[in-house]
Design a protein around this ligand. Structure first.
Ligand code: PNS
Length: 164
């Protein structure tokens, strides 16, 4: 049984995240998509909203026989991973610019918990420039998000702004 944690802010989940999860399904029997609860950050979506959107959009991807679970966590990622009896942490790397930070995190996590491996995965080139941060910026400045996020996320972002 190979279980991986795919951690992140997922504020919001993008098509790039989903691409990584689909690819991860080729390697793991179970992936826990773990949303970081970060009290220092002012998020666009609450944890509950992010969780609910993830659960919905995960129904649309090719998961093979892989079990997908959505959860949230606080504190050290490796403590959470051990508590979940995971073998690995999955992170997406889009470009060399991601690599330095990701390598630092992976090595720190290995030092803290040598039993957990970090697996870097590359998304499809189409998503190599997609990030939650840019998605929010484009949205807030009136740009279209077609193809960058699932339609449900696009709709939820629009609803949120309407509600104010
Ligand atoms: O989607 P993000 O914001 O790039 O995800 C970053 C995340 C959640 C993977 C990272 O901030 C994290 O693991 N935070 C948990 C706290 C922790 O374990 N810190 C030490 C990491 S070396």
């Amino acid at each position: 049984m190979r279980r991986a944690i795919y951690p992140g802010s997922f504020d919001p989940v993008t098509n790039g995240h989903l691409d990584i999860i689909e690819r991860g399904c080729k390697l793991f029997d179970e992936i826990i998509i773990a949303i970081l609860v970060n009290p220092d950050k002012q998020p666009f979506f609450s944890i509950e909203e992010r969780r609910q959107m993830l659960e919905e959009v995960l129904k649309t991807i090719q998961r093979r026989n892989c079990v997908l679970r959505v959860d949230d966590f606080e504190g050290l990622l490796v403590h959470y991973a051990v508590a979940q009896e995971a073998n690995a942490i999955v992170r997406g790397i889009r470009a060399i610019s991601d690599y330095e930070y990701e390598l630092q995190m992976a090595l720190m996590n290995r030092r803290l918990e040598p039993s957990i491996e970090t697996v870097f995965m590359m998304p499809a080139e189409t998503y190599s420039y997609v990030s939650s941060r840019l998605v929010k910026e484009v949205f807030q400045l009136g740009g279209e998000l077609d193809g960058l996020v699932p339609p449900l996320v696009d709709a939820r972002m629009k609803e949120k702004v309407k509600k104010g």
